[in-house]
Ligand binder design. Structure first.
Ligand SMILES: [Zn+2]
Length: 306
């Protein structure tokens, strides 16, 4: 289509609404670097706000310029490249974006997150990548630009306590959190004390301590739903290690928790295919990364699934 005359090409004369509908089926990269370059009418349709409510790098994970391995994107060249990509996307999206899902493998740094805050100020749903070099102060400063945040998925980031404190004080609509993080008593206390409006928490595949779970369920004022599927559960004094014997299911604990919450999601480790694949049979190298990505991307709570 390159070089086609929009006044003659039947493709260029397609109705705007039809184009937008078709473009809604494309992934991010094809939208920005593909159809937008075909002709003027297609480029105009590619700017429609309907297409930009969600920026989803996960949908582009098979694209050659999106990282598929962490090490591809940690170098300076790749980081600059990603910054440029964000700038290009911002030209199309304007301020229509309410959901920002990074790819698990994209290596995000301070400049990326600062830029994203400025150019996408209306974010309500945020999924941070599995790997980042974001300074705690920078991240909290960035959150100040996202006062409408309702949900965050974060696999690993600086101090979760500082982040929760800010979210609780400044983001009144923040009600959903997914953490892939060691959930100990101090973490539970932070959720209870700092996130009074939290309704949904997913700790899917995290390391969790029983005392932390009990404290959370008993004291979190607004908590309605909890996902503890595929978690490794430890007693107070245990040091987590994946070489430990597989612990029996937490049936007793779940029964207790279910008395207080509307919904508790868990799995029976003796029969759960995912738990057996990961912790019993063991997998290493790329399989481990792919597994981490799977934890990050999927969730038994549809709200967190990407
Ligand atoms: Zn499981």
């Amino acid at each position: 289509m390159e070089g086609s005359d929009s006044s003659q090409s039947p493709w260029a004369n397609m109705e705007y609404d039809v184009l937008v509908k078709i473009f809604m089926t494309l992934n991010l990269m094809d939208l920005v670097y593909g159809v937008a370059g075909v002709c003027q009418s297609w480029r105009a349709a590619a700017h429609d706000p309907l297409l930009w409510e969600k920026i989803d790098f996960t949908s582009s994970s098979s694209h050659p310029i999106i990282a598929r391995r962490v090490s591809y994107w940690a170098d300076m060249h790749s980081r600059l490249r990603f910054k440029q990509m964000l700038k290009t996307i911002a030209k199309f999206s304007g301020d229509a974006v309410t959901r920002l899902y990074f790819s698990f493998y994209i290596y995000v740094d301070d400049k990326h997150i600062t830029y994203a805050t400025k150019r996408f100020p209306n974010i309500k749903w945020l999924a941070l990548p599995g790997w980042n070099n974001i300074n705690e102060t920078t991240f909290i400063r960035s959150l100040a630009g996202w006062r409408n945040l309702e949900s965050i998925t974060f696999p690993s980031i600086c101090s979760p306590t500082s982040v929760m404190k800010f979210l609780g004080e400044h983001c009144q609509n923040f009600t959903k959190l997914k953490m892939i993080h060691t959930f100990d008593y101090s973490c539970a206390e932070a959720v209870v004390n700092l996130l009074p409006n939290l309704k949904v928490l997913s700790l899917r595949s995290s390391i969790v301590y029983k005392d932390a779970l009990y404290h959370l369920v008993e004291h979190a004022p607004s908590l309605l739903a909890l996902n503890v599927a595929h978690c490794l559960v430890f007693e107070l004094d245990e040091l987590p290690t994946y070489r430990m014997n597989i612990r029996p299911v937490m049936e007793k604990e779940v029964t207790e928790m279910a008395k207080r919450l509307e919904k508790v999601i868990w799995c029976d480790r003796r029969t759960c295919p995912r738990c057996n694949r990961t912790f019993v049979n063991g997998q290493g190298g790329n399989s481990w990364l792919e597994f981490q990505q799977e934890i990050w991307r999927d969730d038994e709570f549809a709200d967190f699934a990407m």
